[in-house]
Design a protein around this ligand. Structure first.
Ligand SMILES: NC(=O)c1ccc[n+]([C@@H]2O[C@H](COP(=O)([O-])OP(=O)(O)OC[C@H]3O[C@@H](n4cnc5c(N)ncnc54)[C@H](O)[C@@H]3O)[C@@H](O)[C@H]2O)c1
Length: 486
């Protein structure tokens, strides 16, 4: 049964939560008194639809239903999870919790607060045990982290349930064991932000130079290994102890400004805003958001290929979805399976500005690889000596994909038995089929170098899909020979 999330406060962060729940198949009800809320959420959702599906290699659930409630009571009615993301003012958050708890009893209430401790949020609440911090990062629909901070009054079962819900929507709940102002990540960011403000104020560096210092170097390291693992490597073979002995003493030197904060005079604000305009004013905020999202997808996919850091969270999420897909018997009965989302990149283009021929095959193999993972014929299976090999491909070019086009690869099983897998792949731009590929794959024992029956657990997943696809209309192009008239 579709579950319901209630999102109270639909700004930048609430919109991101709404998009993440919706695209993971939950129904979402938003309450926000701002008359612009619907438009703003629509824009966040458009960005999320454009980016989030590109991280998945298994069929994603049908999008949930989005509704806008006229009151908090209406929004939380029947909700399985509530996320509060109203403006960062404690009395406002207290009022909101009181309204929520007047109707919703025992439901987890996560707060997106960047700064308040859970015990502060719980003050005066009818039931403090259900209120906790669930602090996400922008864009919530792409970044997995949410810091989960309970207080001693929290119900630990509610916390565990909430963490499980976050995993289900592809997030990484980081359990912060001791409550503290601004949790873990923002304390860290505050220190960096303070230091950066001093560097600008003291005329050492511009906003752009500071950003280059981050994104050309240590920012890339942080994104994949964080701080301690990076420093461990920096210590060389002698490791962490050596690193600390070597660089520890310089922490005593007065390099940093510690907790001194430059005064936010008009002059400093103008200086920073002016430099920022010069650095990034050529883009609108929406353009910057899209650039950010596409870059994040590239990073995240690279990490996913390596089963590392945030990429590991994506792989775990795919595994859950794949298990849910098979358990629910959702064998794609009503339609071919949408297996891959891609974008035509500059390196995919030929001298005519069209997607080059080999990339149609690439798009097709991305689609069939994702399908093979779905049925359990994944890299572990290959490592054990079995695989599907492509024996034959017939490709029809029906349209011209161009730079930047978003493509979806769908797969329909035409026939499958113990050794053979006959598929029809469509590469779509929106609803238009730009190419179709018919393929015969054979299951092989790689060591023996000959075909053999697929493992029973693979067949147990493949054959129900083949049976369900048997009721789909056979594609007109299936079985065509080269040169056949249309
Ligand atoms: N912006 C970030 O990067 C970021 C990151 C993590 C967490 N947060 C936290 O998320 C929360 C929201 O921040 P934001 O950046 O989305 O702010 P925002 O200003 O974009 O959105 C806040 C929304 O709350 C709505 N609101 C105000 N009163 C309300 C009420 N009584 N009921 C329902 N909605 C109400 C406003 O209309 C507005 O749309 C804050 O607690 C903030 O600390 C922000």
């Amino acid at each position: 049964m579709t579950r319901k999330a209630s999102i109270i406060g639909g700004g930048v962060i609430g919109g991101g939560w709404a998009a993440r729940f919706l695209l993971n198949g939950w129904d979402v009800s938003v309450f926000d008194p701002d008359p612009q809320a619907e438009r703003k959420i629509g824009e966040v959702l458009a960005n999320a639809r454009r980016s989030l599906p590109a991280l998945s290699d298994v069929p994603i659930p049908a999008e949930g239903r989005l509704s806008f409630a006229a009151s908090i009571a209406e929004s939380v009615e029947g909700a399985d999870y509530i996320q509060e993301s109203v403006s960062e003012r404690l009395p406002l958050k207290h009022r909101v919790f009181a309204e929520i708890q007047a109707v919703a009893k025992g439901v987890p209430i996560g707060s997106s607060t960047s700064g308040f401790k859970p015990s502060e949020l719980q003050e005066g609440a009818a039931d403090p045990s259900t209120i906790f911090v669930s602090h996400p990062f922008n864009p919530v629909y792409l970044l997995p982290l949410s810091e989960i901070v309970p207080s001693p009054k929290s119900d630990l079962q509610i916390i565990e349930n909430a963490k499980e819900i976050l995993r289900e929507i592809g997030m990484f709940p980081l359990h912060v064991r001791k409550e503290i102002d601004a949790h873990i990540a923002d304390r860290f960011l505050e220190a960096v932000w303070r230091e950066a403000l001093w560097l600008v104020k003291d005329g050492i560096a511009t906003t752009e130079e500071i950003d280059e210092a981050i994104r050309m170097g240590f920012g890339l390291r942080w994104g994949q290994m964080g701080l301690f693992e990076t420093y461990r490597v920096a210590g060389g073979e002698a490791g962490m102890k050596h690193f600390m002995a070597q660089f520890g003493p310089c922490l005593q030197w007065p390099w940093t400004k510690l907790t001194d904060v430059p005064e936010f005079t008009e002059e400093l604000v103008d200086l920073i805003a002016g430099q920022s305009d010069e650095q990034s004013g050529k883009y609108t905020i929406r353009e910057l958001e899209r650039i950010r999202d596409q870059n994040l997808i590239g990073f995240l996919r690279a990490l996913k290929d390596r089963n590392w850091g945030a990429g590991k969270v994506l792989l775990d999420h795919d595994k859950r979805r794949s298990a849910a897909f098979h358990e629910a018997g959702k064998t794609g009965a009503g339609a071919p399976l949408a297996m891959a989302e891609m974008q035509v990149l500059p390196g995919w283009i030929d001298y005519n500005g069209h997607m080059t021929e080999s990339r149609y095959l690439f798009a097709s193999s991305e689609t069939s690889d994702a399908f093979l993972r779905l049925i359990g014929a994944d890299m572990d299976y290959v490592a054990k000596g079995h695989s599907y090999y492509t024996a034959e491909t017939h490709i029809m070019h029906l349209g011209e994909a161009k730079l930047g086009d978003r493509l979806t690869g769908t797969l329909q099983v035409l026939h499958a038995d113990e050794k053979r897998l006959h598929v029809f792949i469509r590469i779509l731009r929106g609803d238009e089929v730009v190419a179709s590929l018919e393929q015969m794959l054979l299951h092989v024992d790689m060591k023996a170098g000959r075909t053999c029956p697929a493992a029973p657990e693979v067949l147990a997943k493949l054959l129900p899909i083949a049976e369900a696809h048997g009721s789909l209309p056979r594609p007109a192009a299936a079985g065509r020979f080269v040169g056949q008239r249309k």
